[in-house]
Design a binder for this molecule. Sequence first.
Ligand code: UGA
Length: 431
Amino acid sequence: MNICVIGTGYVGLVSGVCFSEIGNKVTCVDIDENKINNLKEGIIPIYEPGLEELVVKNIEAKKLSFSTDLNTAMENAEIIFIAVGTPPKENGEADLRFVEAVATSIGKKLNNYKVIVTKSTVPVGTGKWIKGIIEKESGHNNFDVASNPEFLREGSAIFDTMNMERAVIGVESEKAKEWLTKLHEPFKTNIVISDIETAEMIKYAANAFLATKISFINEIANICELVGADVTKVAEGMGLDNRIGQAFLAAGIGYGGSCFPKDTNALINIAEKAGYNLKIVKDVEDVNKNQRFRIYDKVKEAFNSDLNGKKLAVLGLAFKPNTDDMRAAPSIDIIPKLQEEGALVLAYDPVAMKNAHKEIPNLQTVESYIEAVQDADAVIILTDWEEFKNLDLITLKGVVKQPVLIDGRNMFSLDDMEELGYYYASIGRKT
Ligand code: UGA
């Protein structure tokens, strides 16, 4: 099929590339000329394993192209995906400015039947609202709108898309249903067909549920510390029940990123507007906001509340491993708090340091983990990168000033740490 994807952020770029990989002709459009010129050369604006190879491969196969010219790109397209950003407003509501601008441009140019699909995460009712804009601008209704939310994770975006566990397709016409089902057939996945509002809601409900699992296990972790239980074993014991599942029960310093914080707040806002008080999700957000500061408390505890002049090595800045994304990363709140106490913080992250400097004003970074930990009074782990999981703890002990490891991601076994003689504090386990 001939596809046009508008917006080359995470969602748009990955979806566009994967649609081309399964045999469609795809044009990705963005207003950012610099970004498009780079993409034409195979230069990718984000760190995402496997993405660059697929971009280059499909450009060469002439299945994928990039353009700033929406009018030409949409001319031959049968399906247009809107995948522009929906950043949060001050009150948590999703800002639909970019979606509105794109819908207006599509409406101005629309001359033959096309299916216009929202991939961006948008409040329930947006599909219908877009339809109104396009009808007004085009002066006809020879088109369909649809919703096809995206469930990929940063860091494994290509794998998640190529191996999607389900495709949700929200439609109001047989033709749109037929075209979007056909488009998804090569993914050999479960297809959930619904109306547009339901599809829009599925995305928010899924993210809010995952966020709930994380805040739930983090609260259990906090109780575990008080009663002497071990949260990793509790999670294992709970998760083996199929109805609960093992995933998303890793206690730590809470969730970050551009999705969970934004989407939980947007859902709270959607509920409020509909006259409903979404208590559970409000608490999920509240628990998450506080959870990141538990690591700060643990560092203070290790030094009897005196961090003045202490050299602290922070390992990991990104909100999770395999990404350079710093949006809503716990490190943004934790590092300044440690600095306020007079600590000298030296940080290292395998890929997120450049972005981290934009978010954390007085951040000092070094080029390797070993430089960061040299003579450190404590090592603090904020992101569960594989590189840190494989740390040689014996070598580490030899280079630090004091063997103090404060682990926000529960990466090491309590027995190993005890045997090696570390002061080891983690989340929801004995110190
Ligand atoms: C999330 C969802 O997982 C995707 O399905 C969804 O498509 C995406 O949001 C989106 O809405 O676009 P993402 O934000 O990339 O994906 O990250 P996740 O891998 O879900 O991790 C989110 C956060 O939860 C991270 O900060 C991670 O450290 C934390 N987390 C995750 C935990 O603290 N514990 C866990 O057990 C799992």
